[in-house]
Design a protein. Structure first.
Length: 61
């Protein structure tokens, strides 16, 4: 499994979902790729694309 992305407007709820998902994956025996884990933040990189709150990134510049 690769590239799971969570998004939401409430940072505390998002952090709780992030923490819960990580624990559930560990409990299920999945191994984490530490270099690829990004906690909730305003901007992330996913599939080599930058995703930012309220910005679709289109048109590409």
């Amino acid at each position: 499994m690769d590239n799971i992305c969570l998004s939401g407007k409430d940072k505390e709820e998002l952090q709780a979902a992030f923490d819960g998902l990580r624990q559930a994956l560990r409990d299920a025996g999945f191994k984490e790729s530490e270099g690829k884990i990004e906690p909730p933040t305003e901007q992330i990189t996913l599939f080599n694309c930058k995703l930012e709150n309220d910005n679709t990134g289109w048109p590409l510049s």
